[in-house]
Write a protein that binds this ligand. Structure first.
Ligand SMILES: Cc1cc2nc3c(=O)[nH]c(=O)nc-3n(C[C@H](O)[C@H](O)[C@H](O)COP(=O)(O)OP(=O)(O)OC[C@H]3O[C@@H](n4cnc5c(N)ncnc54)[C@H](O)[C@@H]3O)c2cc1C
Length: 374
């Protein structure tokens, strides 16, 4: 009987998994379900928020001759007993033999006031809405407060400040921006923020967002015209709602072949998977994680379909890439577990490398049938 593999989510990991499975299992039926008919370069959404145009990659072109069926719609439910998913655009459920769960992540809006008053760059619709607000605010010379000193908050603050020099841009973080970078990387960040006029407030934990201010844990408030919330990502609750075992963050708990520990016919990849190194330490939510995981899942599914035992996931990181506007950046070399080494590239060279990596990620996602897993 022909195996039906259903992949939900056509981001970096889902696309890679679908294309890889199609390549390895030419006789399988593969369906890819995604809310949009095009691939979004999610790692560029801070650029969209700052007013740049992003290229759209039609999924029909990418899936081309791979023989993958595309369904445009959002998965609403997963029935793990009947092994089928319901999709908002279809009248009948889609049955599966194997499900690949690749829904990515969403903004974490659990802090009071964030859902009501803050903007985010977590998804394309949110980044686009932010773009329009920022453009309006820039004309009024307002103040934008980016909350979160991780890579997304830093990239967003730098990109907006570079595009709109008249806008007051403030970065508020409970630690130090780029706390995961080496001292040289952090020193470069400080120089760039000085150059771009970004005001950095460290050791400031935001506990509530209002329409015109943020409230800090120490009782102080900071007035602002707009807040961008970038403190980290949560994940969609579909897996938890469907009775699939998830961790405390809602990510699917997987074994060392990315298979759900509760449902062996479900695989999880990318931001939605609680994937880990062989020693149990977690992988970070990143495109750098999602792409190889997607390809690997395609290989594992194919290996099992051929009656072979797949090798466990082996994973290592090489670097973290940070854009600081269009002409500056930091490439932070890291060890296998993502811990920073002292070595960094900075400035224009780093910006060029980052751009090449982002393009390479999209190219690789689109051609994932062809590349070996790491
Ligand atoms: C502004 C920004 C900058 C970033 N920069 C970097 C970077 O420089 N380097 C890096 O490594 N990472 C970066 N990241 C993180 C990176 O984008 C994510 O880790 C990566 O996209 C995760 O890939 P994924 O395949 O798990 O999910 P995604 O790429 O988010 O794809 C998930 C897909 O699932 C779809 N989906 C969601 N719900 C449903 C549903 N119910 N039914 C069907 N489909 C659904 C979504 O629409 C989407 O198409 C950045 C993220 C942001 C927001």
């Amino acid at each position: 009987m022909t195996q039906h593999i259903v992949v939900i989510g056509a981001g970096y990991s889902g696309l890679a998994a679908a294309l890889r499975a199609a390549r390895r299992l030419p006789d399988a039926r593969i369906t890819l379900i995604n809310p949009r008919a095009y691939f979004v370069e999610r790692v560029r959404l801070h650029q969209l928020a700052a007013g740049q145009r992003l290229r759209r990659y039609p999924l029909s072109d990418i899936l081309g001759t791979a023989g993958i069926e595309l369904v445009v719609g959002s998965v609403r439910t997963i029935d793990t007993e009947r092994r089928e998913v319901t999709v908002d655009s279809l009248d009948t459920p889609v049955p599966y033999d194997t499900l690949v769960y690749a829904l990515g992540s969403v903004a974490d809006t659990s802090t009071p006031g964030v859902a009501e008053h803050a903007a985010t760059v977590a998804g394309p619709a949110e980044a686009q809405a932010l773009r329009d607000k920022v453009a309006t605010m820039a004309r009024q010379e307002g103040t934008l407060t980016v909350v979160g000193g991780g890579l997304t908050g830093i990239e967003t603050a730098a990109e907006v400040a570079e595009t709109y020099p008249g806008l007051g841009v403030r970065l508020v973080t409970d630690t130090e921006p780029g706390a995961g970078l080496s001292e040289r990387g952090r020193a470069h960040l400080r120089r760039v923020f000085d150059r771009l006029g970004v005001e950095v407030r460290t050791d400031a934990k935001v506990v509530e967002v209002h329409s015109d201010a943020v409230e800090l844990a120490d009782g102080n408030t900071m007035t602002t015209d707009l807040v961008v919330w970038a403190t980290g990502f949560g994940v969609p609750d579909l897996a938890a709602r469907s009775g699939i075992t998830v961790d405390s963050a809602g990510r699917i708990v997987v074994d060392d072949t990315l298979r759900s520990v509760s449902h062996p016919d479900v695989y999880a990849v990318g931001d939605s998977a609680a994937a880990h190194h062989p020693d149990g330490s977690p992988l970070r939510m990143a495109c750098a994680t999602a792409l190889p995981l997607g390809r690997y899942a395609g290989d594992v599914i194919a290996a099992r379909a051929h009656g072979r035992s797949p090798r466990p996931l082996r994973f290592r990181y090489f670097f973290q890439c940070l854009s600081l506007g269009r002409d500056d950046g930091v490439i932070q070399f890291v060890d296998a577990h993502d811990r920073p080494r002292e070595r960094v590239l900075t400035g224009r060279l780093a910006a060029r490398v980052k751009e090449a990596v982002v393009r390479g990620a999209t190219f690789t996602a689109r051609r994932s049938g062809l590349y070996p897993s790491r």
